[in-house]
Design a binder for this molecule. Sequence first.
Ligand SMILES: [Zn+2]
Length: 132
Amino acid sequence: MIIHVAQTTYSGTLSVFRNPRTKVSAHYVVRSSDGHVAQCVRDSDIAWHAGNWDYNTRSIGIEHEGWVDRPGYFTDAMYERSARLTASICERHGIPKNRAHIIGHHEVPGSDHTDPGRHWDWKRYLRLVKSA
Ligand SMILES: [Zn+2]
């Protein structure tokens, strides 16, 4: 599981993914205001989100609406819905619910991205994933 912050809005993220010339995608996008989830790529298909082909081929990517330096976008609804999504993906695919298997984009080897950034509350997120 790779956690992202999109550096754009929910609708901006979807339009980037719809444009094949951008050559980026993620499996899911979560909306800030209400936690609404859009699935853009099937779990069994490869999305181009990690910037690392090896990680792309064996991970599920979740984008979150917002910016790394604007924590107001990280709403309760978004944390809760995203954590439920991550929990169900972990259960379906046998992925352990821990920080070794649920990582940030910045933790992908070779990544020059900083998302989800220092405002992302990993403790809270993992607690929600484990209790979902
Ligand atoms: Zn990212």
